[in-house]
Design a protein around this ligand. Structure first.
Ligand SMILES: *[C@@H]1O[C@H](CO)[C@@H](O)[C@H](O)[C@H]1NC(C)=O
Ligand SMILES: *[C@@H]1O[C@H](CO)[C@@H](O)[C@H](O)[C@H]1NC(C)=O
Length: 510
């Protein structure tokens, strides 16, 4: 026995050395047939700005390959099924997620009537059930062609039947009294803060009126409402959205008068705002492969070197939007072996710049050269958190009263490592991670896997719809287009006609 174990202990480092040395690695052979391909981008009826699906490399014994088999292992060809149809499709190579899986993204710039042909190839060989045929019509993002039956649409997207955050947010609002809101909201929130937008959705048309000066971010609420209305018929409803940073409704449920159901992008434990996915992830999702580089999909193929090759330090770069961020830089100066933190821009604490210095900007993908990522609040929740979770570093998260729509599903010590708001145990937690590398890696991986699941683009659409549907059902009077509201026109898509063929129910006003 002793002989055997000594023997293998000696052999192993040798094997690993030869495995890592040189580029002509003896890669695990990929089996084209046994590899897996799945995801919403293979379903014609799921319309998204960028459609996507996954490829998992599997070896000839049927085992998943768990490290990258090479970034050009698979290639994908996507085209109109009929040679008579031509549309432009932006389909960059599959993203290597460094764990044996790949993410394929494509954006269609037109609708195909007959269908779409998707070939997934390993060399010359078809992978899994390739070629995939999506029977037409296959609509593109700009095609105004809503599914009239929300249930059918939700079923196609496999929307979860429950979202705990939504259930919780609506507990305070068993019924929604529009008359009361019309009277109170402009007075309470419209004048001073002035970051409120009043919307009415009627017959799947969107109308709005802005209250106050700081409402430029209505562009973000407009674009997602329009995008949603092109995909599914929205309920008739009337609401106020707060497009400022901070949640606004601080009344308690038992107060008289009670809280009003205002919709916001960020929640906090001391407010009652109903929350939506932030404008940041929503906008980047809409603009994927078209002007943004950091979005929920692209990040997944840009997570830096593998775990063992990451620098064993905690990392932070960001603006000076909260005092703890400055303290973080102090900590970093005293403990440079554990923490590399820097402020990249001063606005709130300009007087500190001389003392703390300004760190050069670094691309977000380069954050993942470091093993541990420190997430400290900005003005509210740090909107980088979802992107950090999608990487393969370990995320250390500051305790915070602020939250986004998906935090509720994450557990400390399972998906990330928590630290105190005052930062007093941060170094301790970094040390823990360094001393428990295997557990740290496991937490990083668990967090990443859950984020990959929750932050899929179609899940954001599900979430939006469910908030609006839940809200609409609780209105006690009919929503109306109010004086002063203007129509938010649907995106014109004259460049590529889309011939919507869904059957529509008769509408009163048309
Ligand atoms: C292989 O990978 C697929 C896709 O990631 C996953 O669903 C499946 O559970 C994995 N199989 C095993 C045995 O781990
Ligand atoms: C990781 O580190 C090893 C050992 O230092 C090196 O040989 C290898 O090339 C590195 N791999 C990557 C992907 O950086």
């Amino acid at each position: 026995m002793i002989f055997c174990c000594l023997h293998s202990a000696l052999l192993l480092p040798l094997l690993q050395a030869s495995f890592l040395g040189g580029d002509a690695v003896v890669a695990e052979p990929v089996s084209a047939r046994r590899s897996l391909v799945w995801g919403t981008g293979l379903q014609a009826e799921i319309v998204l700005p960028v459609r996507f699906f996954y490829i998992q490399a599997v070896n000839s014994e049927g085992h998943n390959i768990t490290r990258s088999p090479g970034k050009s292992t698979f290639s994908v060809v996507i085209k109109a099924l009929s040679p008579k149809e031509y549309i432009r499709i932006h389909a960059p190579s599959p993203l290597d997620r460094n764990d044996g899986s790949f993410l394929m993204r494509y954006r269609m710039y037109g609708t195909v009537q007959e269908g779409l042909l998707i070939e997934v190839l390993y060399g010359e060989k078809h992978v899994a059930q390739s070629p995939y045929i999506l029977k037409g019509p296959v609509y593109h993002e700009d095609c105004d062609c809503p599914e009239e039956d929300p249930l059918t649409w939700q079923k196609a997207l496999s929307c979860p039947s429950q979202e705990h955050q939504i259930t919780k947010d609506f507990e305070s609002f068993p019924s929604i009294n529009l008359q009361r809101m019309l009277q109170e909201i402009p007075k309470r929130f419209g004048e001073k803060r002035g970051a409120i937008v009043h919307y009415t959705v009627l017959n799947n048309q969107i109308y709005r009126h802005t209250l106050g000066k700081y409402t430029d971010f209505k562009m973000f609420s407009d674009e997602i409402l329009l995008s949603l209305a092109r995909k599914v018929r929205l309920p008739d409803f009337e609401f106020y959205i707060n497009v400022g940073d901070w949640p606004v409704e601080h009344r308690k449920v038992n107060d008289t008068p009670g809280p009003l159901p205002i919709i916001s992008w960020c929640g906090s434990t001391d407010s009652r705002d109903i929350i939506l996915p932030t404008y940041d992830i929503t906008h980047s999702m809409l603009e994927t492969l078209r002007g943004v580089t950091n979005d929920l999909l692209s990040i997944q193929g840009n997570t830096g070197p593998p775990w063992n090759n990451k620098t064993e330090q905690a990392f932070f770069r960001g603006r000076d939007s909260r005092e703890e961020r400055l303290q973080l830089v102090h900590l970093s100066k005293k403990n440079p072996d554990l923490l590399d933190a820097g402020i990249t821009g001063y606005f709130f604490f300009r007087e500190k710049e001389e003392e703390l210095g300004k760190a050069p900007l670094i691309g977000f993908f380069d954050f993942f050269k470091y093993k541990y990522q420190v997430n400290v609040d900005g003005t509210v929740a740090a909107y980088r958190f979802p992107y950090l979770m999608l990487g393969d570093s370990l995320v250390l998260k500051q305790d915070s009263p602020y939250y986004e729509h998906f935090y509720n599903a994450l557990k400390p010590w399972t998906h990330y490592i928590p630290f105190k708001r005052s930062l007093f145990d941060l170094l301790e937690q970094i040390n823990w991670a360094k001393e428990h590398d295997e557990e740290a890696q496991r937490i990083a991986r668990e967090g990443q896997l859950l984020a990959r699941e929750l932050l899929q683009p179609h899940r954001l659409y599900c979430y939006y719809y469910k908030v609006f549907q839940t809200y609409a059902m609780r209105q006690v009077s009919a929503p109306e287009v109010r004086p002063g509201m203007e129509l938010v026109p649907q995106t014109e898509d004259s460049a590529s006609a889309c011939h919507c063929q869904r059957k529509t129910f008769p509408r009163e006003e048309l």
